[in-house]
Design a protein around this ligand. Sequence first.
Ligand code: ADP
Length: 592
Amino acid sequence: MTTGTGTGTGPGNALPVATGAAVRRAALRLIRLERRAFLTILAVNALAAAAALAAPWIVGRIVDEVRDGAGTGTVDRLALAIVGFALAQLLLTRWARYTGHRFGERSIARVREEYAERALAAPASVVERAGTGDLTARGTTDVATVGTGLRDALPDVLVNTVQSLFLVAAVFAVDPLLGTVGLIGLIGVWLVTRWYLRRAESAYHEEGTANSDLAEELAATATGSRTVEALGLQQRRIDAAETVVRHCLRTRLRTLHLRSVLYTGIDISYLLPVAAVVLLGSALIDRGTVTLGAVVAAALYLRQLAQPLDAVLMRVEQLQSAKVAFARVEGLGLLPRTDTGPPAPEPDGERIEIRDAHFAYDGGGDVVRGVELTVRPGEQLALVGPSGAGKTTLGRLLAGLDTPHTGSVTVGGVPVAALDPARLRRHIALVTQEHHIFLGTVRDNLRIAAPDADDTALRAALAAVGADWLTELPAGLDTGIGVDGHVLDGAQSQQLALARVVLADPHTLVLDEATALLDPRTARHTERALAAVLAGRTVIAVAHRLQTAHDADRVAVMEDGRLTELGTHDELVAAGGAYAALWHSWHGGESG
Ligand code: ADP
């Protein structure tokens, strides 16, 4: 145990969560954008609620009329009025709900667009370090929860809150004393709800985090399945997964408990005011201060109150989880953006310069220390050095995936990290084994690199990397690939990725040899394709085979984050330094 600053990984790497105030502001913004729909919901609801008040009042009238000896004609007319008002209420409520759903759908579309926009604007390094599981959970589970909140819960809460208020007002209108008693009876509802709300927010927060952790854990196991298998880590992964699943279960049981207490408490609380009004009412009737009809109407109003209140409470829980989910989705707005500030000027030329660059991963010491290097346009530069020396990291700095904390990495005088992805890919591309096939056609997958390229250009790019399999695809460029389309094998996927590089046509490639040629089954195919792609470009290769260094124009040796030697193969061998030692031991082993 050391006494460090204690940053490390962990919470420091988690994606941010928005504050309650920020979530309220975001919700108000969504409402403002749909102001008309929102006001319509409120107005139509008020009308529906008013129509709902008619029935109990008319029932009260019927009771009084019958007691006063009215005939069936009067009763029939009053009963018909009840049907009329019920119909009006039904139609108005439908209308309000329909408007509510439209409001919700449009708002949720905005949330989704904003999520996608923010996720894409966030620096790749931040997203990478936070883990894609969390980002995925926010884009799927959380956005869906916010959607339910906006589309179903919010309109429903509005409808039913308005109805509840109208019903309470109606009891008071019938008789203020009965109204007061009824309201006092409702205190139980308030108490139970308050008890619940105080605990719910943190409980749902924990549940959300546990869901993310679970997604993260399963995703990590799935993507690393080969490693897991190779190293016999199955049991360890299963244990880890079980811990996360158990934690997830605990958080879910806790929210379930909160809901059970809430619903039971509420049900009991509904019966009390009705009983109180009936008891008090009968005393008042005896004294002659209220009519039997009034007591019946008041009791019916209070009984009727259970339905909208129930609906509100049901939805409160959804709104609560929607709020928590919204805080996580809105949290992405707190991430730094790659596209803030004025756009970087166009690079002047192709020269790449690294000046006194230092870089550290979160919570660690510098792994690149004061590197100075100028890469000449058109040259082939090999980066060599022991494992952990910082070669891959330097490659990431060159490709603009990470930014040095001091010093600079520039192309044509412009910091590479300041170029947006569309511009950067015309200058520098990173080539590794890690390439992604997106759900879509072959054409879609190629156009990612060059949105304006026509089919001739796409075919030419595939031909350049030796992808002659295009003609065997059922629908050529229109063939769907990805998870449920035509499955490309490893070599084909790699060729597709290289064809993208051809289309983007950057003048410089950063090549991580170790991962670019990882798969021996595809190496033969890939190597030829790679050679076609490298031709005519500046190449900075993280070289893992000394043959690559031997063939390069210059060799840069990295040790412990520093550039220690730089020169041609012959110069370095003649200088008798670290590279020479490496070369002799390899060459000796080779010939001996
Ligand atoms: P090389 O490519 O020469 O093997 P790397 O650039 O991969 O070296 O690593 C340089 C140092 O940075 C090593 O100490 C490694 O442990 C560390 N490192 C690499 N990637 C990360 C990361 N994502 N987070 C934290 N440290 C890292």
